[in-house]
Design a binder for this molecule. Sequence first.
Ligand code: SF4
Ligand code: SF4
Length: 303
Amino acid sequence: MLWHIRFHGRGGEGVKLACRIVTRAGFIAGMTVQDSPLYGAERRGAPVVAFARIADEPILERGYIECPDAVVVMDASLLRHADAGVLSGIDAQTVVLVNSPGQPQEVARSFGIVGHVVTLDVSSLALDVLGKHVLSAPVAGFVARVCRLVPRETLATAVRTELVAAGIPPAAVARNLALAERAFAAAPSVGLPVRRENRCASSTAAESPFVVPHLPPRVAAPTIGAPATSALRTLEGWRVYRPVIERNRCTRCLICFALCPEGAIALDGQNYPVVDYAHCKGCLVCATECPPGAIDQVREDAA
Ligand code: SF4
Ligand code: SF4
């Protein structure tokens, strides 16, 4: 049996690492695994896709997973962008894991998802334990449990192995371990569909195990793949947090205006900075660099 799991999220959320931890767990459990990410733009907030293949047999295919057995939606805002292809290739048996506080039926209805939807508010867990929106460890826990891939102890070994290899300090590794275990405990055990045949057998693997198809940029970076710069493309869908400038704390030093990588901060008639939310991608460079701390970070779904 060969299972295909496709991860969708945004740069900075830990998509690559979540996929890596899941495949590491499968490897520790004695399975054959393969993991690979695909991202067109090295930018925080840009859409990222990663692929995990996990099998009890040799894996002879490569490349994009077109017909996943499970789709992991680390950032539900991507579901609003059809070009991101989050739901491409799914069928009624596909397990769709969504990082959301919503009920599964609600989420399935809102986005027209035909698969078996499972939800968990991974973002809130991460903010609670880590104080930041880094989702690799808890998403790995969510996936391991829902897909019934490995037991909790194996997941913990995989989290520790990958985070130590990534140079994460011991205290942070411990917090991520606790977080992964919380997500594992909070998620339901569903299992992956058992299919008699590969639904996409006519694609890459059937032709040759070594042919990787060329994919157009819109697949990996749908919001910036077109021939236009961010001045012409809105970036508001990229944000998890929005910067909110508090004028009464602002000293008009203009550091945020100078440092914003998107040119999304303008000045009003009194030289106070004003954020253009259509083009702000939520990198929070402005909030980090503001000397008096006059820029609040507000979660987008609470703004
Ligand atoms: S306004 Fe702030 S958060 Fe938005 S893109 Fe510019 S620096 Fe990043
Ligand atoms: S960096 Fe902070 S204090 Fe300086 S102009 Fe921007 S908001 Fe105001």
